[in-house]
Structures are given as structure tokens and as C-alpha cells.
Design a protein around this ligand. Structure first.
Ligand code: GLA
Length: 394
């Protein structure tokens, strides 16, 4: 897309309207550590990033919902009525905002529809939560337009419910939580069972967290992701024959080691092991970051990746090439995949002075072994959802 585009003007042209517009922004996220622990009642340690989704909207005088994304101009305006908001596979991206409206109509009555324009600068399907970002941008906009006062935690839970019941991905709450409550220059340690959280300042001194996109699209993510969740649930059921627990996240490494023989299926046992050890690593990583021990923090990123590769088996060739090449570079304190896996992105903690050489070397090896380029991003650790009063130029 050409640069210097004024989103308000685009809105007026696309929808042919001069109605007053509200504009909201919801970020994407990276997860520093704590992968596949959220739906197991464990801890996660994500942060919001400065890339995200803009949602511009105006109320209409009828009950139509008209949705347009500047990222998918080929799908044109997607139109539906507030009385007919069922999931429709052909409407692809539009199911996320539709899902938010659909679930909300069970609790509130919208007398009027809306025109909504989206633009996102998070790479799609890259594991940086473009879907949770559009969900939360939609909720914030609805809140602004209809004044229904959805509280932030409710907004977060609504996004997750859309994923689980409308889209059909049984995801945990990490993505929506980091987008809804992220804080500039901070990561959030979240207990996904109690939803208690605390912020940790990201004091990276002369290091940066760089995001590396494998550019591998993840088509079967939903299915594979849901399978992992089932494997964990089976492991939990086996452990519950003896232990009085309601999630894998409650287990210490020691209790797990004493009782892992209860898990009959070897694959389920590996999945549970990852969850228990990853949860412990996440708490340790939080402590290390608080103490400013970036080297110890980096080591935990590495062991997390190994566990996701060998025990949870969600990495794949592309992520492994990136991460294993990253580990060999000068000035790298740690690297791992981030998000659901199966493609998508990795993160690395790199000394600033070595960053350019890092990118060049990792990309060269990636092209050699995988056959196409990786992409590198260096966003700021950003804030959560906000309303934007001035016009947005992209
Ligand atoms: C996806 C899901 C999250 C979380 C991660 C893996 O991003 O949406 O809920 O489970 O995968 O940690």
C-alpha cells in the first residue's frame, strides 16, 4: 500500500459518509516466555508491541454492519445485518469483528449498525496476535460508539470467547490480556488461573529484542493447537487419578517428576512436562529480569525453545533454523519461538552493536536452508488500547 494515506479520508471515501468517526488502536504482542502455559492455568510473560490494528467507525441509521480492511481490499466491503451475524468462512478476516458483535448482541441490543474500517501493521499469521488485536480494536470501538462500558477485563474475556466459541480455536487468554493491559516498556507476568498480574520493566540496557518472522504461513494452526490442548487435558485427567489439582499449572517440577508415571500416553507425558517446566522457567525469567540478569534470562529463552521443539513439538524446521542460527551469533543472549509456533515468529535478545551482523547472518543461513527470506522487526514495547483523536497517517 502507498504511504501517507489518511485513514479518516479513506473511511469517508470507502463508505461515502461524513458521519463523525471514532478511531481506536489495539496493539499486537510478543511473548517473552511462558508458551502454551496459558490454557493450562500457568504463567505467561508477554508484552504489547507498537504494531497493531486501527479501527475507525461511525454509527449508521439502519441495522447494517459494513466492514472493510485496507489489508484485504480484494474482499471489498463485507456487509451483514445485526440480526444475522453467524460465522461465515468466506468472510475470512471479517469473522473477528463479526464475532465480537455477535457475542455482544446476546447481552445488549444495538439499535443501529456501523461502518468500520480496519488497518493493521502486524504481519498476518505471524504469531504476533493480529487476530486478538482486531478483536480488541473492535470492542474498544464498539464501546466508544455505543457507550456500553465494557470493562477491560470483560473486553479481554470477550475476545477469548470469540476465538473459542465463534472462530473455533481453543486459545488461552494471553493474547487478549497483553493487548488489553500491556504497558509501555514493560512485560506482564500473568497468572492465567487467577488472572493476577504484575508488570516488570524491560530494562534491556544495550540490548534489543528483535522479532524474526519465518514467513511461513500457518494453515493448520487451529487444528494442531486444539490437539495440543487435548493432549494436555488427557495428561491432567491421568494425574487427577491421584492428585487433587485442577490444572497442570499447579504442579511444581518435583511433584510432576514424582507422579508423571500416572500419565499413560508417552506423548501426553512430554506435553505435560513442557508445561510444568515452562511454567517454572517463566517465574524464573521474571525474577531474572527484575534483577537485571539478562544473561540468565537469555538462557531461559533457549531452554524454552528446546522444550517447545522436543517435548511440545510446535517449532518445525523454519523456526528451528532461525533460532539455532541465532544462538550461534555474536552478542546473542537468547532466542526462542514466540506465540503458538508451527511457523510464525521467533524473538532474540541481541546486543545492539551486533544487531546488523545478526540480521545478515541469520537471514543468509535461513535463505540457504529454507529457500526464502526471513523478515526482521524491531518494534517498541508499547501500550495497550487507546483512542486516537487526531487523524492517522499510515
Ligand atoms: C496462541 C494462543 C495463546 C497461547 C499461545 C501459546 O498465541 O492464542 O492463547 O496459547 O498461542 O503460548
Amino acid at each position: 500500500m502507498k504511504s501517507g494515506v489518511n485513514l479518516t479520508k479513506e473511511f469517508q471515501t470507502i463508505f461515502n459518509t461524513t458521519q463523525p468517526i471514532r478511531t481506536f488502536f489495539a496493539p499486537g504482542r510478543i511473548n517473552l516466555i511462558g508458551e502454551h502455559t496459558d490454557y493450562n492455568g500457568g504463567h505467561v510473560f508477554p508484552a504489547a508491541i507498537s504494531y497493531g490494528t486501527y479501527a475507525l467507525g461511525a454509527k449508521r441509521n439502519d441495522s447494517k454492519l459494513r466492514l472493510y480492511s485496507l489489508n484485504f481490499p480484494e474482499t471489498g466491503i463485507i456487509e451483514c445485518d445485526l440480526s444475522e451475524l453467524n460465522y461465515n468462512e468466506e468472510q475470512e478476516w471479517a469473522n473477528y469483528p463479526k464475532g465480537i458483535f455477535s457475542l455482544l448482541t446476546k447481552e445488549v441490543t444495538f439499535s443501529k449498525g456501523a461502518d468500520i474500517l480496519f488497518y493493521g501493521n502486524i504481519p498476518n499469521g505471524a504469531g504476533l496476535s493480529s487476530s486478538a488485536s482486531i478483536e480488541l480494536a473492535t470492542s474498544a470501538l464498539i464501546n466508544g460508539l455505543y457507550n456500553i462500558m465494557v470493562d477491560r477485563i470483560d473486553m479481554i474475556k470477550l475476545g477469548q470467547k470469540v476465538e473459542n466459541t465463534y472462530i473455533g480455536v481453543n486459545s488461552g487468554i494471553m493474547d487478549q490480556f497483553s493487548i488489553g493491559l500491556g504497558k509501555q516498556e514493560h512485560a506482564i507476568l500473568l497468572n492465567c488461573d487467577s488472572l493476577q498480574y504484575q508488570y516488570a520493566p524491560l530494562r534491556l540496557t544495550d540490548h534489543v529484542i528483535i522479532i524474526i518472522n519465518t514467513n511461513k504461513k500457518r494453515s493448520l494452526t487451529g487444528t494442531q493447537y486444539n490437539n495440543r490442548r487435548k493432549e494436555c487435558e488427557r495428561a491432567l485427567l491421568d494425574l487427577q487419578k491421584k492428585l487433587n489439582i485442577h490444572s497442570l499449572g499447579e504442579l511444581s517440577k518435583e511433584v510432576f517428576e514424582h507422579n508423571k508415571h500416572l500419565i499413560t500416553n508417552v506423548v501426553d507425558k512430554k506435553r505435560a512436562k513442557h508445561v510444568v517446566y515452562e511454567n517454572a522457567r517463566t517465574l524464573e525469567a521474571f525474577d531474572n529480569l527484575q534483577k537485571g540478569d539478562l544473561h540468565a534470562f537469555g538462557q531461559l529463552l533457549n531452554t524454552s525453545h528446546v522444550s517447545l521443539r522436543d517435548d511440545y513439538e510446535v517449532t518445525g524446521k523454519e523456526l528451528d533454523v532461525i533460532v539455532e542460527t541465532a544462538w550461534k551469533q555474536e552478542g546473542v543472549l537468547g532466542a526462542r519461538m514466540t506465540g503458538a509456533g508451527f511457523g510464525g515468529c521467533a524473538i532474540a535478545l541481541v546486543e545492539k552493536e551486533h544487531l546488523e551482523a545478526f540480521k545478515k547472518n541469520v537471514n543468509n543461513t535461513y535463505v540457504e536452508k529454507v529457500g526464502y527470506e526471513a523478515t526482521f522487526y524491531n518494534p517498541k514495547i508499547g501500550d495497550n488500547i487507546k483512542e486516537i483523536s487526531e487523524g492517522v497517517l499510515i
